[in-house]
Design a protein around this ligand. Structure first.
Ligand code: ADP
Length: 297
């Protein structure tokens, strides 16, 4: 599978320029779409799931043009929106059976097999008779992914994947997606949470104000931040100054002061050492540099 986005633009009726000349290739596997609020992620998702038309440009899915082959492309899509919710009174298996019917699975026996298998895969088989409404947040999210996957989609789009999940459910949900990503599919995770991307995605893109700021592997982005992440031992007064001067990533109180992680090319006058960047550092480093470049241009 491959998605190719060429010179994509979206201007809303009120003049908001949500996507600006976007060129992006999305290969097989798990793809992270990262960016702050307002970056244009949801707009891009809506275009990809054919809910909205772009103002200009093209999206190709394996050489099928999204503008001309909406029906074929729709049949390849599974979508888990951020605010996924479902009908009250249905039991878990009834809900999934209903979505399977909507997806065009007409044969009762094979639909039952598919629904049972899917419930098994997302770890909800035991909960199949429970009212879908009463499932925990993590289980609802897994039922959401089950409905997105029931038709064997080739492109799976998940908006803000871990919103509202506790840490254990988060890991479980990520592992579930990672297992699926070994098939011939594209899974796009759209998020503003760096941690959703670091552990699972082979490739990613960073959007800012509708523009592509970076695309490549998380490791490539991390490499760019090397030499720019510091752990400073600071007194209370120094900590206040540092907070004003640099983007602070984390702060830990120590005896008589603070250990402060900052992203900066140098830390003139403070006592500290360089540390290995992670994706969160890299994201901050990249955005700081880009934002400076943009504001200077
Ligand atoms: P993200 O999902 O990254 O937070 P969005 O795609 O929601 O970003 O928004 C990108 C830009 O488009 C923002 O400036 C937002 O205010 C604007 N926008 C989003 N939806 C609409 C809409 N329906 N009408 C007008 N402007 C919109």
């Amino acid at each position: 599978m491959q998605i190719k986005i060429e010179n994509l633009n979206k201007v809303y009726r009120n003049g908001n320029y949500a996507i600006k000349n976007l060129n992006l290739e999305i290969p097989n596997g798990m793809f992270g779409l990262l960016g702050p609020n307002g970056a244009g992620k949801s707009t891009l998702m809506r275009i990809l799931v054919t809910l909205m038309k772009p103002s200009g440009g093209k999206v190709l899915v394996n050489d099928l043009d999204l503008a001309k082959n909406r029906r074929e492309i729709r049949a390849m899509l599974g979508y888990l929106p951020q605010d996924f919710s479902f009908f009250s009174k249905l039991k878990t298996y009834e809900f999934l059976d209903y979505t399977a019917r909507l997806a065009g699975m007409k044969n009762g026996a094979s639909r039952k097999t598919a629904v049972d298998q899917m419930l098994e895969e997302v770890g909800l088989f035991e909960a199949r008779d429970r009212n879908a409404n009463k499932l925990s947040g993590g289980m609802k999210r897994r039922l959401g992914i089950a409905q997105a996957l029931i038709n064997n989609p080739k492109i799976i789009i998940v908006d803000e994947p871990t919103t509202g999940l506790d840490p254990e459910e988060r890991i479980r949900f990520r592992n579930l997606l990672s297992n699926i990503s070994t098939r011939d599919v594209i899974i796009i995770l759209s998020t503003h949470i760096v941690g959703d991307i670091s552990s699972t995605c082979n490739n990613m893109a960073l959007l800012n104000k509708g523009e592509l700021a970076f695309t490549g592997s998380p490791e490539q982005l991390i490499k760019e931040a090397k030499g720019n992440v510091w752990l400073i031992s600071a007194t209370e007064t120094e900590y206040m100054e540092i907070n004003e001067k640099y983007p602070v990533i984390s702060t830990i109180p120590t005896e008589g002061g603070w250990e402060v992680q900052v992203v900066a090319p140098e830390i003139n006058g403070y006592y500290g050492k360089q540390i290995e960047p992670n994706l969160e550092h890299a994201y901050v480093h990249f955005m700081e540099n880009k934002l400076n470049q943009w504001s200077n241009s």
